[in-house]
Design a binder for this molecule. Structure first.
Ligand code: FAD
Ligand code: FES
Length: 351
C-alpha cells in the first residue's frame, strides 16, 4: 500500500493535469482535474458516491485515503486526529495531488446521471411574489440536462462560489430549466437576481445533483411538505407523478408565514381540482386576519391529520429547521420509516 500523505494547506503549486482516482471496493477509476474535489469528480464520472451538503458540513461523504497524496480543505465537519491518522477525508473537501486510491462504498438508489456544466441564457424572469423570482434558463441548442424530478443544479458564480437551486419542472417538460429563488438581501447570488440580472444574461450551471427524487417503484401514499421555495422540487415531483400516470394518493402541505409566501397557491388549487389523487393543505404560521385555513407548521399539520405514517412516504423540502423537525417528529410520533423519509434542506453554502 502506498504511503498516505495528507495536507491541509492550499499553497502547493497547482498540478497541471488530471490524475487518476481508484475507488475501492468497486474497483472503478475516474479522473480528477486540478482544483476539483474528489466528490465532484466521482459524480461527474457517474459514480453513486454518498453525499448531501457538498460543503463539508454533514460528514456524509467521509472516505478513507489508502494511497497517494491528497489535500484536505478546512470543513465544518472536522475530522479528529485519530480519523486523520487513519486516512479519513471528506470527499467534498479533498483534492488529489497525485494519483490516489480511496475506499468508499457507493450508495443504492439514484444511479449516477451524467454531470454537465452548461452556459445558460436567462430566457425570462417573473416575480410571483415580492421576494420570489421564477427564472427560466435556456441551455445551448441541442444540449439538455438529464435529471430526476426533485434534483438540483448549482449556479457557478464568477468567483467560483456555488449556489444550489432545485429544478422546478419535471424532466423533459420543456427544454428550459425553471428555478424558484427566494431573495436573501445581501446574498451573493440572490442579490444579483433581485438586482441587476436581466433577460438574455448568461449564467453557468452544473448538475444534476442530489438524491432527493420521486420514487416511482412504490405504491405508498405520499405526503409532500414544502416551505417557501421548497415548493420548487415538490412541483417537479407532482408534475412527474402526473406525467407518469401515478395514482397514489398525494397530500401536499405548503407552509409559509403569510399568504404571499405561497406564491403558486392558485396553480396548486387548480391542480387539486383536476387531479382526484391530489389534496392540498396550505398552512400559514403568521396568517393575516381573515385566514380560514390551517395555521402553525406543516409537520404539525401532517401529524394532526396522519397519526400513523407507517405505510406512507414523506418528501420534505425547504428550510433546514422544517426538514429536521419533520424527520424527527414524524418518525418518533407517527411511525414513519426512516427509509421512507426523503428530504432536501435548503442549507446556506459554507463560507
Ligand atoms: C440542495 C439545495 C437546494 C436549494 N434549492 C433552493 C431553491 O430551489 N430555491 C431557493 O431559494 N434556495 C435554494 N437553496 C438555497 C440556496 O442555495 C442559497 O443558499 C440561497 O439562495 C442564498 O444564496 P445567496 O448567494 O443569495 O446568499 P449567501 O451569499 O449564501 O448569503 C446567505 C445569507 O447570508 C447573508 N449575508 C451574505 N453576506 C453577508 C454579509 N456580508 N453580512 C451579513 N450577512 C450576509 C445573506 O443576507 C443571506 O441571508 C438550496 C440549497 C440547497 C443546499
Ligand atoms: S457531502 Fe456533506 S461533508 Fe461532504
Amino acid at each position: 500500500m502506498n504511503a498516505v500523505s495528507a495536507h491541509a494547506t492550499t499553497d502547493a503549486s497547482p498540478r497541471p493535469e488530471p490524475v487518476r482516482v481508484e475507488l475501492l471496493p468497486a474497483g472503478k477509476t475516474f479522473p480528477v482535474a486540478p482544483g476539483q474535489s474528489l466528490l465532484d469528480a466521482g459524480l461527474a464520472a457517474g459514480l453513486a458516491l454518498p453525499y448531501q451538503c457538498r460543503t463539508g458540513d454533514c460528514g456524509t461523504c467521509r472516505a478513507t485515503v489508502l494511497g497517494g497524496e491528497v489535500e484536505r480543505q478546512p470543513a465544518a465537519w472536522a475530522l479528529d486526529e485519530t480519523a486523520l491518522a487513519n486516512g479519513h477525508c471528506l470527499l467534498c473537501r479533498t483534492q488529489a495531488r497525485t494519483a490516489v486510491r480511496i475506499e468508499c462504498a457507493e450508495v443504492d438508489g439514484l444511479p449516477g446521471l451524467p454531470l454537465r456544466r452548461l452556459p445558460v441564457r436567462l430566457a425570462s424572469i417573473e416575480r410571483p411574489a415580492a421576494d420570489v423570482a421564477v427564472l427560466h434558463l435556456q441551455p445551448p441548442a441541442g444540449q439538455t440536462l438529464d435529471y430526476r424530478a426533485g434534483q438540483y443544479i448549482d449556479v457557478v458564480l464568477r468567483d467560483g462560489r456555488r449556489r444550489s437551486y432545485s429544478l422546478a419542472t419535471a424532466p423533459g417538460k420543456s427544454d428550459q430549466l425553471e428555478l424558484h429563488i427566494h431573495h436573501r438581501p445581501g446574498g451573493a447570488f440572490t442579490g444579483q437576481v433581485f438586482g441587476g440580472l436581466k433577460v438574455r444574461d448568461m449564467l453557468r450551471i452544473e448538475g444534476p445533483f442530489g438524491r432527493f427524487h420521486l420514487r416511482e417503484e412504490t405504491q405508498a401514499p405520499m405526503i409532500l411538505l414544502a416551505t417557501g421555495t421548497g415548493f420548487a422540487p415538490i412541483k417537479a415531483i407532482i408534475e412527474q407523478a402526473r406525467r407518469a400516470g401515478l395514482r397514489r394518493s398525494v397530500t401536499l402541505y405548503w407552509g409559509g408565514r403569510q399568504r404571499e409566501d405561497l406564491y403558486g397557491d392558485a396553480m396548486v388549487r387548480q391542480w387539486a381540482r383536476e387531479l382526484p389523487w391530489l389534496r392540498y393543505e396550505p398552512v400559514l404560521s403568521r396568517p393575516q386576519a381573515g385566514w380560514g385555513g390551517r395555521t402553525g407548521h406543516v409537520q404539525q399539520a401532517v401529524l394532526a391529520d396522519y397519526p400513523d405514517l407507517s405505510a406512507h412516504e414523506v418528501y420534505a423540502c425547504g428550510s433546514p429547521a422544517m426538514v429536521a423537525s419533520a424527520g424527527s417528529v414524524l418518525q418518533a410520533k407517527a411511525g414513519l420509516r426512516p427509509t421512507n423519509f426523503h428530504a432536501d434542506a435548503f442549507a446556506e453554502a459554507a463560507a
